[in-house]
Ligand binder design. Structure first.
Ligand code: TYD
Length: 223
């Protein structure tokens, strides 16, 4: 709902200030899902309207991505799903997610927090087949967030955490692959910083509350 302010004449209309778009990123097990929830709770407690979301999203392309990740959709005769086709599905999900869910919320003045966004594609798909430039190209139309928070953890800390949380093993949770993703994140961070994105790094190995506090400080600095 638009907030309409009245000027002295009663006819002036004040535009709703757009919400901020904050993205949390990191390796599997870095804590992005927990921290997205905590940030949402804290913003709500501060009186802000908040929408917490994630990628792969709950939209149609996101549903297909999740079926590929869990192995329920594969190539014929048990062949792996083509990794470039999967990169395109992630990019399609992102554009649909932004257009259908994120942009309307931001326009209505709601703060949007997304657990993963473009940086995940650069890191994971970049690690999967090594052509980060192409991954960047297919994601070019995705609007940049106002802030990206990268939760830095070593793969040695992240993977056991992740295993403790879930019995399912998705296709990206193989140790060697996570180490490649970690290296790929470094390149991706450098590229997005050079492109002008605002990115803050937080030590994800700290206690949950300390990580939440550091994220809060970075988000508060946006105002
Ligand atoms: P999911 O279990 O939904 O998320 P999380 O593990 O963060 O709770 O799995 C998402 C997986 O997909 C995760 O391994 C990261 C990966 N991913 C990509 O490879 N590319 C992307 O663009 C995104 C958004 C996620």
């Amino acid at each position: 709902m638009k907030h309409r302010g009245r000027g002295a004449s009663g006819a002036r209309r004040r535009r709703t200030a757009a919400g901020r778009f904050v993205v949390l990123e990191g390796l599997d097990g870095a804590g992005t899902t927990t921290q997205a929830r905590l940030l949402g709770e804290r913003l709500r407690a501060a009186g802000r309207r908040v929408h917490v979301t994630a990628e792969p999203s709950g939209g149609p392309a996101g549903a297909l991505v999740r079926q590929v990740l869990s192995g329920r959709v594969a190539g014929r005769d048990g062949r792996a799903f083509d990794p470039r086709a999967l990169a395109l599905l992630f990019a399609a999900d992102r554009l649909d997610h932004h257009a259908d869910e994120i942009a309307p919320k931001l326009a209505a003045g709601v703060q949007v927090i997304s657990d993963r966004y473009t940086l995940s594609s650069l890191a994971y798909q970049g690690a999967a087949f090594g052509d980060m430039d192409w991954v960047a190209e297919i994601n070019r139309a995705a609007p940049a967030p106002d802030l990206t928070v990268f939760l830095r953890v070593s793969p040695r800390v992240a993977l056991p955490r992740r295993r403790a949380a879930s019995l399912d093993r998705e296709i990206f949770e193989v140790d060697g692959f996570q180490r490649r993703v970690a290296a790929s994140y470094e390149r991706a961070l450098e590229a997005r910083r050079a492109a002008g994105d605002r990115i803050v790094e937080v030590d994800g190995a700290l206690a949950v509350d300390a990580v939440a506090e550091a994220i809060w400080a970075a988000v508060a600095a946006l105002d």
